[in-house]
Design a protein around this ligand. Structure first.
Ligand SMILES: Cc1ncc(COP(=O)(O)O)c(C=O)c1O
Length: 461
């Protein structure tokens, strides 16, 4: 009996040791999977996001959760002129691309505010077309609208009290909604859509594309005024303030129905001299926080009938703006209004001022190229007098022969956007200053090289 008992204990001990070894091996080998299966759904999403964010792309690129996948891992998407698996290879001789207005210069700010700006959405988040069962049917988030109003009161750049608001897929969608809402219906002739040269090309491109009986694009305000005087005032005038491409704080020329495009009316691009108080103002998240890809803009409207036409346009075009987008914008704006807007606006202003300081130093050595004049103004937001730091440099080629400024710059390995895209002369070219730091550094290097050729010597980089 005693012998059998001891024998049984021995067997049990061996089985228990074997089980422990197996369990330890399983934990060691399949540890990650086991740990993962213990996470909640939001922790799992967070782990995936952090894993991808941790992929090193040598500081010259980024991997995304929704990026292309190679061998089970998202690949690095490299900045222009960088390549290789981890973006560490620089392509010498590559041209600096300063063409697009992609506002990526904000990226370091959002990395510094990773915790506050993250969004976690469940698979069942706001599946309905509508918001709030207990409020009148609306496709706009009431909470987001109140944050936008708060933001304007902090920045001091627009009056929102007693005004209506409509959200759009970027302000791009609101441009055409505004033309639709302001142009006359049932009139014998179409409303004349105009802007002052140099102007943002989309105004013309969209008006032509949407080719309506109610409106037509008539070009430059000043030429139109000298040909028509005050005879025909059925006009819809785009006023871009600050202007894209030259940063000017434009005012209405014709004084009729006006769309104020305030995409760049933020303290990092221009001193805020007082709140804008126009009948129809457009703003965009793209140039406020840098999230161009989120596609979100808003209109601030005084008149109820115009507001209703606007809403009708958005409802028919896309039944309102994505709820996922609105959730993300809300999260971002909560960060923007923190500290009364100081952290974001100071970050962005310092970045832009640094870029302008370095750019003006290069252009001050040139007689072949010039950039727009900037004039100091008192900024109510920063409570001091400051120079504007526009999103773009509007470069003029001064030599008689250099009438195609883009071609001159391209020969110097700089890609800009030619003046004729803004209905101006090709003697001008726009250079974007709001892209990534890599883009800006290369732009400055290429400009320095080009300017140093004027003096017959290659500058030291
Ligand atoms: C003057 C102006 N208005 C509107 C937009 C459109 O911005 P988004 O559609 O990204 O809101 C831009 C973009 O560059 C712009 O420069």
């Amino acid at each position: 009996m005693g012998k059998t008992k001891t024998y049984c204990y021995g067997i049990c001990l061996l089985i228990s040791i074997a089980l422990n070894i197996l369990l330890s091996i399983n934990l060691y080998v399949g540890g990650e999977n086991n740990q993962r299966s213990l996470l909640t759904w939001s922790e799992k999403a967070a782990a995936e996001a952090e894993e991808v964010a941790a992929i090193s792309c040598s500081g010259h690129g980024r991997a995304y959760v929704d990026g292309l996948v190679s061998e089970g891992q998202p690949v690095c998407e490299c900045n222009d002129c960088y390549g290789g698996n981890d973006c560490s290879e620089f392509f010498h001789g590559c041209s600096a691309d300063a063409d697009s207005g992609d506002p990526v210069f904000f990226e370091p700010f959002w990395m510094q505010h990773a915790t506050d700006s993250v969004v976690v959405t469940s698979g069942w988040h706001r599946m309905s077309y509508k918001y709030y069962k207990y409020v009148d049917s609306t496709t706009m988030s009431i909470e987001l609208e109140s944050y936008i109003r708060k933001l304007h009161s902090i920045a001091g750049n627009a009056i929102t009290e007693g005004r209506y608001m409509v959200f759009g897929v970027g302000s791009t969608q609101l441009l055409s909604a505004a033309v639709y809402a302001l142009s006359s219906e049932n009139s014998s002739s179409p409303s004349n859509v105009l802007a002052s040269i140099p102007f943002y090309p989309i105004y013309k491109d969209q008006t032509v594309l949407f080719n309506s009986e109610n409106f037509q694009f008539e070009g430059d305000t000043n030429s139109w005024q000298s040909n028509n005087g005050t005879n025909n005032m059925d006009v819809v005038e785009f006023v871009t303030s600050p202007n894209n491409p030259d940063g000017e704080l434009k005012k209405s020329v014709l004084g009729g129905k006006t769309i104020y495009d305030h995409a760049y009316l933020w303290p990092h691009f221009t001193p805020i001299t007082g709140p804008s108080d126009h009948d129809l103002m457009l703003f965009t998240l793209s140039k406020l926080t840098g999230h161009g890809g989120t596609r979100f803009g808003w209109a601030i409207i005084k008149d109820k009938d115009i507001y209703e036409k606007f809403l009708n346009y958005i409802e028919l075009a896309d039944m309102g703006i994505s709820k996922d987008t609105q959730l993300r914008v809300l999260k971002l704006l909560k960060v923007v209004v923190e500290g009364d807007g100081k952290p974001l606006f100071e970050f962005a202003y310092n970045k832009m001022r640094d870029r302008w300081d370095r750019l003006t130093t290069v252009f001050s050595k040139s007689t072949r190229f010039s950039i727009q004049q900037r004039h100091p103004l008192h900024c109510n937001f920063f409570n001091e007098t400051r120079l504007p730091s526009p999103a773009y440099a509007w470069v003029k080629c001064e030599r008689e022969d250099d009438d195609d400024c883009s071609a001159v710059l391209e020969a110097g390995k700089i890609i800009g956007r030619r003046g004729s895209r803004f209905s101006d002369k090709d003697r001008y070219t726009r250079l974007s200053l709001i892209k990534s730091q890599d883009d800006f550094e290369l732009l400055l290097q290429r400009l320095t090289e080009l300017v140093s050729l004027e003096n017959g010597s290659i500058a030291k980089m």
